[in-house]
Design a protein around this ligand. Structure first.
Ligand code: DOR
Ligand code: ZN
Length: 433
């Protein structure tokens, strides 16, 4: 592999621009100026940063790649391309595929396809229960043996407290984490949208905040007593943030994520009646959105995860109650975080590195991602133009599906380049061969 010279970049957006030389997948030199002519190699790939912000490559703990089973909406190849274009160098592929990733054969298949595609590290998430049915624990130990460190029934809640307790106990022994989709199912029967005025006006059955908060509170206590690691998926209410504060203050080994869409959109979106806005958990009240931003800024919520959920046109372009929940996220995450957290002064770029790369890498147990930008460290990087503005067009995304709720919005900041172990995977909005 040829050396790579990133010229005129600002690590974490701090200080004067520097040059960064990458050799054999590792950051080899970092200096005010590095002369390409002095590098002992025939071909040096030079990327001009023009003062862009250099961050560790992003890590997504929550991606639906839909392969195997729904390759009409996304594949590991198209999802990996979307990840690379979004600045991601690693993604965790959720287990709600068909067949479900509840055994070593399926998770190994996903990991192998990810390696073949090679645009981002694809880490399969293993299901907690067989077939996501919530009845019987899946073979967590066998999946852990082939490298799985995150288990989740995402899309479904592991609602049986005994099963959840057992899962946490096993995960502790396996040095793994249980990522819970917190939704007490008896409180969300028929639920279509956030329980509040907007849903009531449209006659949509409400999804109460307590359905999430009661499970998070319960699971925090189960994890505390089991001394196990719990990760809370897509936190959507201010009450959940409070529960997390309470649990963390008591030493619970709990981490949590928030999605870009819950940081930007609220349930006033329901007025359009457009199912592109249907997602689980639902878009909440404006007061929740502001509380989630504050919780991400103060560390009560650890990180951003996309919950990238591609859906076919026929599953979204239909009446609200028949539409599937979920929205795309990989190619808009950075810009939505820039809009909601950086432009508002809640996070600086070092903070963005923490919530989009460092913390997710730690939670997912990745030793070579989310590392400092320093000599000797693996070159997994995202180069971001903080001054760019662009208009979202779902049809232009690498994903097969186009269900973005941000369609037509003008957003700040753009990913200029993504580097995976020294190889440029995306440059100026194009995948690099
Ligand atoms: O909106 C969602 N979509 N939430 C989930 O938990 C699952 C996901 C999906 O798989 O489409
Ligand atoms: Zn979920």
């Amino acid at each position: 592999m040829n050396p790579l010279l990133l010229r005129g970049v600002r690590p974490y957006g701090e200080g004067e621009p520097v040059d960064v030389l990458v050799r054999d997948g590792v950051i080899a030199e970092l200096a005010a100026t590095i002369d390409a002519a002095t590098i002992d190699a025939d071909d040096v790939q030079v990327v001009d940063g023009n003062g862009a912000v250099l961050l560790p490559g992003f890590v997504d703990l929550h991606t639906h790649l839909r392969e195997p089973g729904r390759e009409d909406t996304e594949t590991i190849a198209t999802g990996s391309a979307a990840a690379a274009l979004g600045g991601y160098t690693a993604v965790f592929a959720m287990a709600n595929t068909d067949p479900v990733a509840d055994n070593a054969v399926v998770v190994e298949h996903v990991a192998r396809r990810g390696r073949e595609v090679g645009l981002a590290d694809v880490h399969p998430v293993g299901a907690v229960t067989v077939g996501l049915k919530g009845e019987k624990l899946a073979e967590l130990g066998t999946m852990a043996k082939v490298g799985v460190r995150v288990f989740s029934d995402d899309g479904h809640c592991v609602h049986d407290p005994l099963l959840m307790r057992r899962a946490l106990e096993y995960s502790r022994a396996l040095d793994a984490v249980i990522a819970q989709h917190a939704e007490e199912p008896r409180l969300t029967v028929g639920a279509q949208a956030h329980e509040g005025e907007n849903a009531a006006r449209l006659g949509l059955q409400g999804w109460p905040a307590s359905a999430e908060e009661s499970i998070v509170a319960r699971d925090c206590l189960l994890a505390l007593h089991a001394e196990a690691r719990l990760h809370v998926c897509h936190v959507s209410t201010s009450g959940t943030a409070d529960v997390l504060r309470w649990a963390k203050a008591r030493g619970t080994r709990v981490s949590a994520e928030v999605t870009p869409h819950h940081l930007l959109l609220d349930d006033s979106r329901l007025a359009t009646y457009d199912p592109v806005n249907k997602v689980n958990p639902p878009l909440r009240a404006e007061s929740d959105v502001l509380a989630l931003r504050a919780a991400l800024a103060d560390g009560s919520i650890d990180c951003v995860a996309t919950d990238h959920a591609p859906h076919a046109v026929q599953d979204k372009d239909c009446e609200w109650s028949a539409a599937r929940p979920g929205m795309l996220g990989l190619q808009t995450a950075l810009s939505v975080v820039a809009e909601t957290m950086v432009a508002t002064g809640l996070l600086d770029w070092r903070g963005v590195a923490r919530v989009m790369s460092e913390r997710p890498a730690e939670i997912g147990g990745l030793a070579d991602q989310g590392r400092p930008i320093a000599v000797g460290e693996p070159a997994n990087l995202a180069l971001v133009d903080p001054d760019a503005r662009w208009t979202v067009r779902g049809a232009d995304f690498a994903s097969i599906a186009a269900n973005t709720p941000f369609e037509g919005m003008e957003l700040p900041a753009a990913v200029v380049a993504t580097v995976l172990r020294g190889r440029v995977t995306a440059l100026s909005g194009r995948i690099q061969p």
